[in-house]
Write a protein that binds this ligand. Structure first.
Ligand SMILES: [Fe+2]
Length: 343
């Protein structure tokens, strides 16, 4: 994929020094951190190249244009520590003392009008996650695996799902060929016959939660019955996991096979996320995966680190889910108890 923006060295350095001056910790004092970033977003000191790119992304997404974007040469922390792979999140709290990458992701969300989303049962409720190998989740279909991931959207089984995902490359060895694949929902739709689309729009399917979700919340075992196709071209699907319900009619099985065929035939974009690359793409109006084409340095692959955020499409859209924000923090889904939301 061609980058939409390649920040100049000057702009990157200016942004890095701005984020190094942040006085709050995004993990222990998120609301204060968010306020610092909101203030920064209105400041005239930001590079024009960044603000105008984000404005164009916002407009394109609102008007049905291109939805997936790659930004290169983004600001990162001067120190990028290696974490203990038995408990990388806790080790991150200990070792990461600057928040340049978190600041940049939060600013990008602010400038593109897409407020961040977090779950109380995910990464201790953090708004910033790590795609980082965790020993316990080796060979699983979770964000903590070091293996491949089939086409999916994140939190498929959860009733509150992000509209956009952002991945920021913190550490990535270019000698390993690890790709993030992306398929636009509009391209899938073109390959699905009308009667299959109709069946996929019925609540005839279910998706079990992944191992990481089940470990962190015993209420999260299986989704409620759900549709696979929503709105114009949003897909709620995890390949090999989403299935028709046991009592579903044969039309549901036919439609699922048609969707699997479409995923094989559809053109996909591939991004090899390097250090300082930001890839922002729809979580529902498209599907993504992880492909490992060549592992020259497996030890380095296990230390690959992408910092990640979930976000809503707009502040107005986020408010539809306000009943799930029971602690009163916008975007923070409290799911230690079963959500009031129907799946
Ligand atoms: Fe994912």
């Amino acid at each position: 994929m061609q980058p939409f923006l390649h920040l100049s060295e000057h702009d990157k350095e200016a942004l890095t020094s701005t984020f190094l001056k942040l006085s709050t910790n995004p993990y222990s004092e998120y609301l204060a951190f968010k306020e610092e970033i909101s203030h920064l977003a209105t400041s005239s000191a930001l590079p024009d190249a960044l603000t105008s790119a984000c404005e164009r992304i916002l407009v394109a997404r609102e008007t049905g244009g291109e939805a997936a974007y790659l930004l290169r040469n983004c600001p990162l922390d001067p120190e990028v520590p290696v974490f203990d792979q038995d408990d990388p999140v806790t080790d991150k709290y200990r070792q990461k003392r600057t928040f340049v990458a978190e600041g940049f992701l939060a600013l990008f969300a602010e400038l593109t009008g897409s407020p961040l989303l977090a779950y109380s049962t995910r990464n201790n409720g953090d708004f910033f996650h790590d795609v980082y190998a965790h020993n316990r989740y080796r060979n699983t279909q979770t964000q903590k695996t070091d293996g491949e991931l089939y086409f999916h959207n994140d939190r498929t089984a959860h009733p509150v799902r992000a509209d956009y995902l952002a991945l920021l490359g913190m550490r990535s060895d270019p000698r390993n060929l690890i790709y993030t694949g992306y398929i636009d929902g509009r391209d899938i739709l073109r390959l699905l016959p009308a009667h299959c689309q109709e069946a996929l729009r019925q609540p005839l399917f279910h998706t079990p939660y992944d191992e990481y979700s089940r470990d962190s919340n015993t209420l999260q075992v299986d989704s409620k019955p759900h549709t696979v196709l929503e709105e114009s071209h949003c897909f709620r699907y995890y390949d090999t996991r989403t299935r028709p319900l046991p009592a579903a009619p044969v039309e549901a099985w036919d439609a699922m096979l048609a969707l699997k065929d479409a995923l094989v035939r559809t053109t996909r974009q591939r991004v090899r996320l390097g250090v300082g690359d930001l890839f922002s793409f729809p979580n529902q109006a498209g599907l993504h995966n992880r492909e490992i084409l060549e592992l020259s340095y497996p030890v380095q692959a296990r230390r690959r680190w992408l910092l990640k955020t979930y976000s809503f499409r707009s502040p107005e859209y986020m408010r539809r889910f306000r009943e799930a924000f029971t602690t009163g923090v916008d975007g923070f889904v409290y799911d230690h108890v079963e959500s009031a939301f129907a799946a």
